[in-house]
Design a protein around this ligand. Structure first.
Ligand code: TYM
Length: 337
């Protein structure tokens, strides 16, 4: 029955190759939640162009991200899987919501502050898209009246802003939007950079040794984990004073479901070599079947097209209803379509 289940919306940007941060922070939880919720999983390509993308890379990565969703276990029969730019209501709603968002709020977003420093072009300019990006994210979520948004920790501020914008709109007119909650996983909420474990692991990092990609080969995974920065303490302990080791414990916990205490106990009295080796092998075991499936799916573009076309139709149908509600409340004259 439609609408009897609560709604989930989430998405990943095809702005770089996906990392295990995206996998443990988002994707793996989507797979767990898909049976209980009415889910919309989107490849958010409109978000990706907030920084310059090579067109052919963007096309390739967009399909690859879609294939990764499927290969990780998102069932296209149960969920709506689509590409954001195929559903024009997102851009339209983003404009409307921009008029209910304050510049000060956007300038306070930590991700904006760090990305605007990194992506300043030669003239010291930052695109308005980078500033407005959380409003597009709010549109994504509110257009489906999502109850739950499963994301990594770095997105919590954007979800809070989404709630503020929704509340402002609801108060200006009448209740229109559900106020969404974030769903942040326990273990994999923030996978850290392998070379600087005080920073978040990011697909846009310029140093490939700082991340493990979902599509990295076993040899590359072994090498990157083996070389990752730890410390000279030599004890596998879950503590902030050993951020590199803490990160590896989080990764191992996210793959195997083991608690930090169990992991500490297992490696008591052992050095880092065995621990690192086990982390690498656990990752390879988890990722290898996904990689095989992704490669198989990418050979079948017709199948992928069927899925994203069907997904876009459903997403457009659902989101248009909410967009029309917004337009009517704002005072636009309806056209019969
Ligand atoms: P993006 O593409 O940066 O990341 C996609 C998802 O992966 C999570 N993530 C991480 N989790 C744990 N550790 C990490 N190191 C790590 N790196 C990334 C992110 O938290 C995210 O869940 N704005 C979003 C995409 C988006 C979206 C939405 C999400 C657009 N519209 C609507 C939810 C709902 C983003 O840039 O994610």
């Amino acid at each position: 029955m439609e609408n009897s289940k609560k709604v989930i919306f989430s998405g990943i940007q095809p702005s770089g190759n996906l990392t295990i941060g995206n996998y443990f922070g988002a994707l793996k939880n989507w797979v767990k939640l898909q049976d209980k919720y009415d889910c919309y999983f989107c490849v958010v390509d409109l978000h990706a162009i907030t920084v310059r993308q090579e067109p052919k890379d963007l096309r390739r990565r967009t399909l690859e991200v879609l294939a990764i969703y499927l290969a990780a276990g998102i069932d296209p029969e149960k969920n709506t899987i689509f590409i954001q730019s195929h559903v024009p209501t997102h851009s339209e709603a983003a404009w409307l919501l921009n008029c209910f968002t304050y510049v000060g709020e956007l300038e306070r977003m930590t991700q904006y502050k760090s990305k605007s420093k990194k992506y300043e072009d030669g003239n010291g300019s930052v695109s308005a898209g980078l500033l407005n990006y959380p409003v597009l994210m709010a549109a994504d979520i509110l257009l489906y009246n999502a109850d739950l948004v499963p994301v990594g920790k770095d997105q919590t501020q954007h979800i809070e802003l989404t709630r503020d914008i929704a509340e402002r709109f609801n108060n200006a007119y009448s209740p229109t939007f559900t106020l969404p909650e974030g769903y942040i996983p326990e273990g994999g909420a923030k996978i850290m950079d392998l070379q600087d474990p005080t920073k978040k692991m990011s697909k846009s990092s310029s140093n490939p040794n700082s991340y493990v990609l979902i599509m990295d080969s076993p040899e590359v995974i072994r090498r990157k984990i083996n070389r990752c920065v730890t410390d000279s303490v030599g004890v596998v302990k879950y503590t902030d004073s050993q951020p590199g080791v803490k990160n590896l414990i989080n990764i191992l916990g996210a793959v195997t479901g083991m608690s930090c205490e169990d992991i500490e106990a297992k490696y008591e009295g052992k050095g880092y070599a065995e621990f690192k080796n086990d982390v690498a092998e656990a990752l390879i075991k988890e990722l290898s079947p996904i990689q095989d499936k992704v490669n198989e799916l990418l050979q079948n573009k017709k199948y992928l097209e069927e899925i994203y076309k069907k997904g876009a139709e459903k997403a457009y149908y659902v989101s248009s209803k909410i967009l029309r509600k917004m337009q009517k409340k704002i005072g636009f004259i309806p056209v019969s379509r």
